[in-house]
Design a protein. Structure first.
Length: 94
């Protein structure tokens, strides 16, 4: 069975949701499931975490790297849309 995890943060980009997604991927991988992870490379100006796992990663590049709150919000919606589209494509084998 294939499981696709979609999250804005995923190691090596730090963030609590990324670390939780990493732990979920590690558990599901240990149970023998095939994993696909779709995430962005957007940094939230924090430290970078170095974690490794066995999941196939699909990285959506970030276009906005600034600190403007409104532009960052708009960009987050755009990234979310692109990640969901990529997850649908990956789940169909593309």
């Amino acid at each position: 069975m294939t499981v696709t995890i979609v999250n804005g943060n995923y190691p090596p980009v730090s963030g609590i949701t990324g670390e939780s997604a990493f732990e979920l991927a590690a558990f599901l991988g240990s149970e023998g499931l095939d994993l696909q992870v779709v995430h962005s490379d957007q940094s939230y100006f924090g430290n970078r975490t170095v974690l490794r796992d066995q999941s196939a990663r699909h990285v959506i590049p970030s276009l906005y790297k600034g600190r403007g709150k409104i532009l960052r919000l708009i960009h987050s919606f755009y990234l979310s849309y692109r990640m969901v589209r990529k997850a649908k494509k990956v789940s169909r084998g593309g």
